[in-house]
Design a protein. Structure first.
Length: 411
């Protein structure tokens, strides 16, 4: 029975789906979490607490654990575990992406450098420290631009600025986000004091879900994002697959994503890529060495019902994958945005939303009483709406109708 270390931060939505897939495959799973259990020493090596904030320390903890509980492979579920997994796999001589490649996916300035050096379409960019005076840069830039923390996920802290005054305001806002303990823990001390500034890339944005095998990229799904992502903030809402882009554009997206992975040095495992298309070509916005986040993987089913998590675990342990073909029905998810900050006091209309034709389920992931924060300071969604049908247009319409039926009371 293969023994897999599954790195799952406590805040991840995805633990149940991966655990269900592992049970189906008969895989022995060790859960590596950022929270220690008082029963860790008594559970037969089935859980281990790790330092996710410091990848080298976390890798050393895995190395020590593996001396008494040998591992066959490591799977990182979210960004937080990717660097730990790469470092630990190198020490234990287990298959994984090179450390330098994963570092480039977790450092947006390094990602930009590597893509530009490889000749891929890239915007102009530079990095400011949070201690810098932003006004000299503001007066020298060609607008619009986008400001980004180097290592935060889920569009947190990503802000568009269209002129110098907006740039100074946005810079202060990003710096305030990076000053929080939570952001510093996610970024690491070495990246929490810098802000990436890059040219704004107009165009249509898509999301590619793929799997690398010896450097070759297999596209598992291509999602359209029908809501425009023009800024000033970049909150993602609807994902729908299959894409309605022309075949030539879909091929260009896939080719660009594969070239981007090669430029970063990624060779194996899941890839989640965000790209934009315009008249100048396809631009890689972000490349992550992990699968799609949140509960969005529930939109995907392969062959006769294999989940994305099962497919990825099969690949990780070297087992046969019966089919890489996504089931033919169109599918989509809406990540329910947070309309305002405050305390969630109530949710109404879930039954009405679930009664909309083509809607499979509505999951409210924020509990009543929770303090909620919208972008760009926040990083969570109120929940997820799932739909499936004959075509992407009908799926998109169902998601919008279901969302319109929901009512959130925020104090």
């Amino acid at each position: 029975m293969p023994r897999v270390l599954l790195l799952i931060p406590t805040r991840s939505y995805r633990a149940p789906d991966f655990m269900d897939a592992a049970a189906k495959l008969g895989i022995e799973v060790v859960v590596g979490s950022d929270a220690r259990s008082p029963l860790e020493a008594l559970n037969g090596g089935r859980t281990v607490g790790l330092d996710f904030a410091h990848p080298d320390t976390g890798a050393s903890e895995i190395e020590a654990f593996a001396r008494t509980h040998p591992l066959d492979t490591i799977v990182a579920v979210d960004d937080a575990g990717a660097l730990i997994a790469a470092r630990a796999a190198r020490r234990l001589e287990l298959p994984y992406n090179p450390v330098s490649a994963v570092e480039a996916t977790r450092n947006k300035s390094l990602l930009r450098e590597r893509l530009a050096a490889a000749g891929l379409p890239s915007p102009a960019f530079h990095v400011l420290r949070t201690s810098d005076d932003p006004r000299p840069a503001a007066n020298a830039l060609a607008y619009p631009v986008v400001l980004k923390p180097l290592a935060l996920s889920a569009s947190r802290g990503v802000i568009r600025a269209d002129d110098a005054d907006a740039f100074v305001d946005a810079f202060a806002r990003v710096c305030a986000i990076l000053a929080s303990d939570e952001a510093r823990a996610e970024c690491g001390a070495e990246l929490a004091d810098r802000v990436l500034v890059e040219g704004y890339i107009p165009g249509t944005e898509v999301s590619l879900e793929g799997l690398l095998d010896h450097g070759r990229l297999r596209v598992l799904a291509l999602f359209d994002k029908p809501d425009p992502l023009d800024g000033p903030f970049f909150e993602e809402t609807i994902y729908v697959t299959p894409s309605r882009l022309p075949d030539a554009d879909q091929r260009l997206v896939a080719e660009t994503a594969e070239r981007a992975c090669a430029a970063l040095g990624l060779v194996d495992g899941p890839v989640h890529a965000e790209l934009r298309l315009n008249a100048d070509g396809a631009y890689a916005i972000d490349i992550a060495a992990r699968s799609i986040g949140g509960l969005c993987a529930r939109t995907l089913s392969f062959g006769t019902g294999m989940s994305l998590e099962e497919l990825l675990l099969r690949h990780a342990i070297g087992a046969d994958v019966p089919s890489f073909e996504r089931q033919s029905a169109a599918a989509g998810v809406m990540m329910i945005p947070i309309p305002a900050g405050g305390t969630l006091r109530g949710v109404a209309g879930v039954a009405t939303a679930e009664a909309v034709p083509l809607i499979e389920s509505v999951t409210i992931s924020m509990h009543v009483g929770s303090r909620i924060t919208p972008l760009p300071e926040g990083s969570e969604y109120l929940g997820f709406i799932f739909a499936r049908g004959e075509g992407p247009a009908a799926v998109e319409a169902a998601l919008r109708s279901a969302h319109a039926a929901l009512r959130f009371e925020i104090a």
